[in-house]
Design a binder for this molecule. Structure first.
Ligand SMILES: O=c1ccn([C@H]2C[C@H](O)[C@@H](COP(=O)(O)OP(=O)(O)OP(=O)(O)O)O2)c(=O)[nH]1
Ligand SMILES: [Mg+2]
Length: 144
C-alpha cells in the first residue's frame, strides 16, 4: 500500500533496512546536535508528516540496539500516531544510561511500524463469560 508523506528534513525517507523488516527507522531532523543527559528526555523531530488511511495507526518504537548499547528508550513507548494526525512525527527519547548521549541530524533514533487496528463500539453488560483464567493475572500462573 502507499501512504502519503511529506519530508521537511534533509534526510532520506524512512526505509525498511532488510527485506522483511516490520519497522522503518526514523531519523532525527536537527539543525544542531542534541545532548541528552542521564535520565533526561526530549522530543526529537523527524521532519516527516504522514497521512494514514482510516483504520491504520503508526507505532513509534525504540530501537533495541540503541537501548542495549546506550540505554536509549522512548518514554511513551510505543508511541501512537493516529490516522487523523497531520503534524510532524516526533520521538520522545529518554537517556536511561549514566552518561550523556548525543543525537545528530540523520541518526536513526526509533522505528515506525504501520499497523491495522479495529474500531469498536462498546456493548455494556452486567456479566462477562466465564473462563478458566477468570480474573487471574499478574503472574498467577507463576513467574518462571
Ligand atoms: O510518539 C509519538 C506519539 C504521538 N505523536 C503524535 C501523533 C498522535 O496522533 C498525536 C497524539 O498522540 P497521543 O494521542 O499519544 O497523545 P495525547 O497525549 O493523547 O494527545 P492528544 O490529546 O493530542 O491526543 O501526537 C507523535 O508524533 N509521536
Ligand atoms: Mg490522544
Amino acid at each position: 500500500m502507499n501512504i502519503q508523506i511529506i519530508n521537511k528534513s534533509n534526510n532520506s525517507l524512512p526505509a525498511y533496512e532488510t527485506a522483511h523488516a516490520a519497522g522503518m527507522d526514523l531519523k532525527a531532523s536537527l539543525e544542531e546536535a542534541v545532548v541528552l543527559k542521564p535520565m533526561q528526555r526530549q522530543l526529537i523531530p523527524t521532519g516527516i508528516f504522514i497521512e494514514l488511511p482510516v483504520g491504520f495507526e503508526a507505532q513509534i518504537r525504540p530501537r533495541s540496539g540503541l537501548a542495549f548499547k546506550h540505554g536509549i528508550g522512548i518514554v511513551n513507548s510505543p508511541g501512537t500516531v493516529d490516522a487523523d494526525y497531520r503534524g510532524e512525527i516526533k520521538v520522545l527519547l529518554i537517556n536511561f544510561s549514566d552518561v550523556d548521549f548525543a543525537i545528530n541530524n540523520g541518526d536513526r533514533i526509533a522505528q515506525i511500524v504501520i499497523a491495522k487496528h479495529e474500531k469498536i463500539d462498546w456493548n455494556e453488560v452486567e456479566i462477562l463469560s466465564e473462563t478458566l483464567r477468570g480474573a487471574g493475572g499478574y503472574g498467577h500462573t507463576g513467574v518462571q
